[in-house]
Ligand binder design. Sequence first.
Ligand code: AMP
Ligand code: GLY
Length: 423
Amino acid sequence: MKVLLIGSGGREHALAWKLAQSPLMTEFYAAPGNPGIAEHARLVSLKVEDHEAVAAFCAQKAIDFVVVGPEAPLVAGLADRLRADGLKVFGPSAAAAQLEGSKGFTKDICARYNIPTGAYQRFNNAPKAKAYIRAQGAPIVVKADGLAAGKGVTVAMTVEEALAAVDDCFEGAFGAAGAEVVIEAYLDGEEASFFCLCDGRNALPLATAQDHKRVGEGDTGVNTGGMGAYSPAPVMTAEMIARTMKEIIEPTICGMAESGYPFSGVFFAGLMITAKGPELIEYNVRFGDPECQVLMMRLKSDLLPLLLAAAEGTLDKVTAEWSDDPALTVVMASKGYPGSYEKNTPILSLPEAGDGAKVFHAGTSLRDGELVATGGRVLNVTATGQTVGEAQSRAYALLDKVEWENGFCRRDIGWRAIERERA
Ligand code: AMP
Ligand code: GLY
């Protein structure tokens, strides 16, 4: 099978590493890819936003299957364009990708299909939004409606903070994403991520993870794309997984199909486990980054037939096997991230990773044959262990061998799970 993978982050390196192990793979391309992905696939310098160019490349190479990593090309309709040529694609249509592209869309699906989530209202002007906030009181959550790279959400502990967030949105702090705001009740509990493949009708639960969104140790400081993650999430017991499937995933599949937007691809459900049970914070329509890296470390089955089954509508005929050993990944980022940071700083050496350990490339490039850091999040140092504690020790031991002066990381990834293990 000839496969094209779209994307260039750590998530795509993990997918490429796993896909390349498939006996079904005959030719493997990635666009635009990165130096880590280049160990597994031939890189193609396509502009992913140019859907015609991607389609022309697929025709020229007789590609059988396209795996789309990030959300932006999905929301922009790349999967639709390629399917129009008869290609098999892993990833939802633009219409179904609204589940991630529009928070208001998702909230309306939740309301219509009785999916547990925080009570909410949508607003397109500041005075009405502010009146609602004053009436509800704090804590309360203000969200820009559209894609804002994880930065459009304010969890406001005071009414003043919430009012300021409304002004930010309507004054254009998040661009077009802030033209509408969703104001949502604050949910109290522990967060977890749940991943599940879907082919429009059938679902195949994958695994759970927890990430660390804040830049600082102890989960403090500003939000980032994620500074580390581990899988499985201890809070997601078998009972919570069963309830998530029944109360959240299955009604979503039904609701999307009934609304005329059958969903195929991966559901990445951001959950709050409250005293009442699992409640939906948000949907993403692609694998999490860096959650994907820990999922791939634990997946024992061949990934290619699973993704293909999601694209072909045959998920009821496949199963996925997982290692019980937890996996943990630590993100190394450029100093200054998530604010501004220096680019093209040299990475002098990466350690040889052994069994159950792997350094994924997230934001690297080759300049004159030398490895340099080009992104905010640059490397994902990943390891497995018999416990989260052991996986953490192995990941940091590996990370300490990375020679990259401009890099930093959090030293406490996995702390919540490790505290539980010690209790
Ligand atoms: P989102 O971009 O929707 O994932 O939100 C970013 C983060 O804000 C989430 O990971 C949560 O930590 C927090 N958050 C979002 N919505 C709520 C809510 N209703 N209650 C409490 N925290 C929330
Ligand atoms: N790590 C969070 C995300 O991929 O959205």
